[in-house]
Design a protein around this ligand. Structure first.
Ligand code: E4P
Length: 237
């Protein structure tokens, strides 16, 4: 499963990328507006900070304008994925940008299985179902991920990756992973929570205290015969 960062904050993205566990980034118009920076400069900087796909969203709503803006965004770096809304215009633009221009496209604002089916038909690289926003309305966001997974798995031709968005909690991450999502995009505040556990911290503190009390240390052993090099891995398959 791939982990993307859901942010346009370059500092947060760099910090998360430094773990070596991040495979891409998703931005949206709200994040970019909040950054106060020109979008092309910002996206260029993010693309240089991570190797994987960086979603940059168009602001247009008509097909022709989405294609025009998509081509501009796509020229920033080879790892830009053009983010398009899940509308008829967006799907038409998706088809053109993927099939005719070879760009990655992330079709966003997906709230139903049929919408996800249409995004795949339009050749989307990613479809972004919004789990949290459905949960906010008392609609099971997770069920949508199960439905999309089942539909995509019915047809080899549908190669679109399910990118779970609007993820708010560590439990969302576990649930979408169990449902077979290809990608989850993580708000920076959720990422550390995937590792933190009080019993891990308590257990580690106890082990370290015992270790220190026992006076042990881990050092490379001296060779038994001077001049003979120890190679414990030699001869093993
Ligand atoms: C997806 O690409 C969006 O950027 C994001 O996940 C939306 O999350 P929200 O519903 O918490 O705003």
């Amino acid at each position: 499963m791939k982990f993307f960062v859901d942010s346009a904050n370059v500092e947060d993205i760099r910090e998360m990328a430094a773990t070596g566990l991040i495979d891409g980034v998703t931005t949206n118009p709200t994040f970019v507006a909040k950054s106060g920076r020109p979008i092309l400069e910002l996206i260029g900087e993010i693309c240089a900070a991570v190797e994987g796909p960086v979603s940059a969203e168009v602001a247009a709503t008509s097909t022709d304008e989405m294609i025009r803006e998509g081509l501009i965004l796509g020229s920033v770096a080879p790892n830009v994925a053009i983010k398009l809304p899940l509308t008829w215009d967006g799907l038409k633009a998706c088809k053109v940008l993927t099939a005719s221009h070879g760009l990655m496209v992330n079709v966003t604002l997906c709230f139903s299985a049929n919408q996800a089916l249409m995004a795949a038909k339009a050749g989307a690289t990613f479809v972004s179902p919004f789990v949290g926003r459905l949960d906010d309305l008392n609609i099971d966001g997770l069920e949508l991920i199960h439905e999309i997974r089942a539909i995509y798995d019915n047809y080899d031709a549908l190669q679109t990756e399910i990118l779970c968005a609007s993820v708010r909690t560590p439990n969302h991450v576990k649930a979408v992973a169990l449902a077979g999502a290809d990608v989850v995009t993580l708000p920076p505040e959720v990422f550390p929570k995937l590792v933190e556990h009080p019993l891990t911290e308590k257990g580690l503190a106890a082990f370290m205290a015992d270790w220190e009390a026992g006076g042990q240390s881990i050092e490379a052993p001296e060779p038994a015969v001077p001049g003979i090099k120890l190679d414990r891995g030699a001869g093993k398959a």
